[in-house]
Design a protein around this ligand. Structure first.
Ligand code: IVH
Length: 685
C-alpha cells in the first residue's frame, strides 16, 4: 500500500515537473520567436530542451501533443486530408487608389447610418492564409485556405513553426478557438534558403510566398521544420465556449491584442486609425518602409474596428464589406525586349542593358533594365524579341526576371555580348573568371573617359556643382576635354559655345570647377577613380599616409597595413601609380592648383581604436553603414569584412547573423549600435 502511494506520488511529481519544464520552454521560446526578446542565452534554452527530451524518452507515456519536443518534424503523410472550414475563409476586395479608399469610407458611413467608426490598418502579408484550431488551448489542427470552404490539413508542418504556440498562454481562452492568419517566410530566411538551394544544385524559389507555400505543401514535416517559416494572426474563425470572465473582445483591435496575450504571433504594424485620411498616411508610411520590413507585403488592409459594426456592414459574395485591401502597384509586368545595348563603365566593364517596350510596373514606367552580364543572360534565357517578365520592387533598380518561353517568336537567336568594345572597337576580354567582359581600350576609349570624368566630378569626389552626366558627354564629344585634368583648362567662352549652354550657366560651371580645387586629400584620391578604392578606403589611405607622394611611393605590402586595404586594393593602387599616364594626369591636376589642407596627425587619445580590427555586421538604424565605417577608420580601426581570431571587436546591428555567432564563439568583444554611438560621442566630447 505504502509502495503504491509512493510510486503514485513520484509519477505525480514527474508529471508536474515535466509540465513546469514545458511551461518554461514555451515561455522562453515565445520570448525568442514571437517577441524577439530572449531572456536567457541559447545554450540555457538548449539545456532545458534536452532535459525535457531525456525525461520524455524515459517516460514515453508522458509525451503530449503540445510538448515543445513535438515540433521537430518527422511525421510523414501519405496524402493531405481535406478539411471543411467550420466558418468559410474569406477573401478581400481590392483597391488601388486613394479615391477607392475614400469611396470605401463613404460606403461604410452609409451602411453604418452615419455612426462614427474607427478603422484598423494592417500590412497585407504576402504569404498564405491559414486557420489554426485550438481546443482547450492546444493546437489540434492547421488548415490551408483552399477554396475558402475546404482546405488541406497541414497540421504536421505547422507544428514545426516555432512562433506558433502548441499551447496557448494564460487560462482565459475559449474552449474552441479558431485563429486565422498568414504564414510567410521572412526575407532573410528566404535569401538564406535560396542560397542553400543553389549550393545544393536545387532550383531556387521565385519568391518568399512560393517558398512558404512549397514548404507547407510537403508530406514530410522534416522539410517544413528546416524552413524559416513565421506567422502573423489577423483574425478569428469559429469560436465556442468563451471564458466566462474573459469573453472574446468586441473590437478587431482588441481581439488582435488578446491573441497576442494568448501567445499568438501578431504584427507590430497593426494600427487603430480615425478616418480614411489616416489610412492614406498609413499606406504611404508603410510603402516607404516596405524594403526595410523583415517580410514581404503587397499592400495594406483596412478593417472596420467594431465587431457589431462589421456585422451590420455584412458581406458580399466571399468578401466582407467592412474590409478592403489597398494594394501596392504591381511589381511585375510583361513587356517585349526590343533590343540589348552595351554600356561601357568607368573601368571598361561591358554591361548589357535591356531596352524594353515601355511598361508600368512598381508605380513607374520602365524602359530599361540591366541584364548584368553574359552568365545572367544565359541563366535567364532571354533573347531580343522575347516577352519578358520585368520586376521593380520598391526602390530597387528594375530587372528582367525571365523570358516567357511559350511566347518566344520564331527565328530568335541566343544573345552574345560582343567581343569588341562597341564604343572604341578595342578587344573586350573576360579576365580571371570575372563575370563581366571589359574593354581593353583604357583611356583610349571615350566611354571609359566619360565615366572617369563623371566620377571625378561627382558629389563625394571633387563635387563640381552643375557638371552632370550629359554635360560631361557633350564636353568629351566636342573634344574640349580628354581627361579629368583638362577640366581645369576650360574657359567660359569654350563652355558657352556648347549647345543649349547660356553665358550664365557657363560662368557658373567654370566657377564651380574653380572652387572644387579646394578639396581634401581623401576626396582627391577617391576622385582619381582607382579601381575598388571607395570613399572609405580613400579616407583610410589619406589618414595613414597624409601625403599624396607617400601613397604614390608605397609598395603593396605597406599599403596592406592600412585599414580597409586588402591585397587587391593594394595591387590596384600600386599599378595605378605605376602608369606614366596616370602620373602625368595627377601632375597636371596639381599644377592647375588643386590643394588640400595638411592631414593632421592624430594622437592616441583621438584614435582609441588604433591597431584594432573591427567588423561591422547586421543593419544599423541610426547611421548609414558607410558613415559608421568611415568614423571607425577615423578612430584608427581597421574595418574588416570577416570575423577571425584577429578580430578585436564586432559591432552587431539588428539581425546580425553568423558573424555575431562566430564572434560570440571566439569570445570577441561585441558592441551593439548604441554602444558604437556612445563610443563615437565619447570621442566628440
Ligand atoms: S483578412 C475577412 N488581413 O489576403 C477577411 N487577410 O486577399 C479575411 N492577407 O486570403 C482576410 N494579410 O491570405 C486579412 N492583414 C490581413 C492579411 C490578409 C494578408 C491575405 C489572406 C487572404 C487574402 C485576401
Amino acid at each position: 500500500m505504502n509502495d503504491m502511494m509512493s510510486s503514485d506520488s513520484s509519477a505525480e511529481n514527474e508529471r508536474s515537473g515535466i509540465e513546469r519544464l514545458r511551461a518554461s520552454i514555451n515561455y522562453h521560446s515565445h520570448r525568442y520567436y514571437v517577441l524577439d526578446d530572449p531572456e536567457i542565452p541559447d545554450s540555457e534554452y538548449d539545456k532545458l530542451f534536452r532535459q525535457l527530451e531525456v525525461i520524455e524518452t524515459q517516460n514515453p507515456d508522458l509525451i503530449t501533443l503540445d510538448s515543445p519536443t513535438q515540433r521537430v518534424g518527422g511525421e510523414v503523410l501519405q496524402n493531405f486530408q481535406s478539411v471543411r472550414h467550420q466558418l468559410p475563409m474569406l477573401s478581400l476586395s481590392n483597391a488601388f487608389s486613394s479615391d477607392e479608399i475614400k469611396e470605401f469610407s463613404l460606403r461604410m458611413q452609409d451602411l453604418l447610418d452615419n455612426a462614427p467608426f474607427l478603422i484598423v490598418a494592417e500590412p497585407k502579408l504576402d504569404g498564405l492564409a491559414i486557420s489554426l484550431r485550438y481546443e482547450q488551448g492546444v493546437l489540434v489542427q492547421a488548415a490551408t485556405r483552399g477554396d475558402g470552404l475546404n482546405g488541406e490539413d497541414v497540421t504536421h508542418n505547422v507544428r514545426t513553426i516555432r512562433s506558433i504556440p502548441l499551447k496557448l498562454s494564460g487560462l482565459d481562452y475559449p474552449q474552441i478557438l479558431e485563429v486565422r492568419g498568414e504564414i510567410f517566410m521572412p526575407k532573410n530566411g528566404f535569401a538564406a534558403l535560396n542560397q542553400m538551394q543553389i549550393k545544393k544544385g536545387d532550383k531556387p524559389f521565385a519568391n518568399p510566398r512560393n517558398a512558404a507555400a512549397g514548404s507547407l505543401r510537403q508530406l514530410d514535416s522534416k522539410i517544413a521544420a528546416s524552413r524559416p517559416l513565421d506567422m502573423f494572426c489577423y483574425g478569428l474563425g469559429f469560436v465556442e465556449n468563451e471564458h466566462p470572465h474573459s469573453p472574446v473582445e468586441k473590437t478587431h483591435y482588441a481581439i488582435i491584442q488578446q491573441l497576442g496575450h494568448w501567445g499568438l504571433p501578431i504584427c507590430s504594424e497593426v494600427k487603430l486609425l480615425e478616418d480614411w485620411h489616416a489610412c492614406i498616411s498609413y499606406y504611404d508610411s508603410i510603402l516607404s518602409r516596405r524594403a526595410q520590413l523583415a517580410y514581404e507585403i503587397d499592400g495594406v488592409v483596412y478593417k472596420v474596428n467594431d465587431i457589431s459594426q462589421q456585422i451590420k456592414a455584412g458581406y458580399i459574395a466571399r468578401a466582407p464589406r467592412w474590409a478592403i485591401a489597398h494594394k501596392f502597384p504591381a511589381e511585375e509586368a510583361l513587356t517585349t525586349l526590343l533590343n540589348i545595348d552595351i554600356q561601357v563603365g568607368r573601368t571598361g566593364a561591358l554591361t548589357p542593358v535591356a531596352r524594353l517596350a515601355p511598361v508600368f510596373v512598381g508605380g513607374v514606367t520602365v524602359t530599361n533594365a540591366t541584364l548584368h552580364n553574359q552568365d545572367e543572360i544565359d541563366r535567364k534565357n532571354v533573347r531580343i524579341g522575347d516577352t519578358v517578365i520585368v520586376r521593380r520592387a520598391g526602390d530597387v533598380i528594375p530587372e528582367v526576371v525571365s523570358s516567357v518561353l511559350s511566347k518566344r517568336p520564331e527565328h530568335t537567336q541566343a544573345y552574345l555580348i560582343p567581343q569588341h568594345c562597341p564604343i572604341c572597337g578595342s578587344l573586350a576580354e573576360r579576365i580571371n573568371d570575372e563575370a563581366k567582359s571589359r574593354c581593353t581600350g583604357g583611356l583610349y576609349c571615350s566611354a571609359q573617359r566619360k565615366e572617369a570624368i563623371k566620377h571625378f566630378a561627382s558629389r563625394k569626389a571633387m563635387d563640381i556643382d552643375g557638371l552632370g552626366d550629359k554635360l560631361v558627354e557633350q564636353l568629351v564629344d566636342a573634344e574640349m576635354i580628354h581627361d579629368i585634368a583638362d577640366l581645369f583648362q576650360l574657359s567660359k567662352k569654350q563652355v558657352s559655345s556648347l549647345e543649349r549652354m547660356g553665358d550664365k550657366s557657363a560662368e557658373n560651371l567654370v566657377d564651380a570647377i574653380e572652387s572644387s580645387k579646394n578639396t581634401s586629400l581623401a576626396r582627391f584620391i577617391y576622385a582619381l577613380g582607382i579601381r575598388e578604392v571607395g570613399e572609405t578606403t580613400a579616407l583610410a589611405l589619406a589618414n595613414s599616409y597624409k601625403e599624396l607622394t607617400a601613397i604614390q611611393a608605397a609598395k603593396i605590402e605597406k599599403l596592406q597595413e592600412v585599414s580597409d586595404v586588402g591585397p587587391i586594393v593594394a595591387h590596384n593602387v600600386e599599378t595605378f601609380f605605376a602608369q606614366p599616364h596616370n602620373i602625368e594626369v595627377v601632375e597636371k591636376l596639381l599644377q592647375s592648383g588643386i590643394y588640400w589642407p595638411e592631414v593632421q596627425s592624430k594622437n592616441i587619445n583621438e584614435q582609441p581604436l588604433l591597431g584594432k580590427t573591427v567588423v561591422l555586421t547586421g543593419s544599423l538604424s541610426q547611421m548609414k553603414r558607410n558613415d559608421a565605417k568611415a568614423r571607425l577608420i577615423d578612430l584608427g580601426a581597421k574595418v574588416s569584412g570577416s570575423v577571425s581570431k584577429n578580430t578585436d571587436m564586432i559591432i552587431a546591428g539588428e539581425n546580425a547573423g553568423s558573424k555575431l555567432a562566430k564572434a560570440q564563439q571566439l569570445g570577441i568583444e561585441i558592441l551593439d549600435e548604441q554602444g558604437m554611438l556612445t563610443l563615437f560621442n565619447m570621442q566628440e566630447s
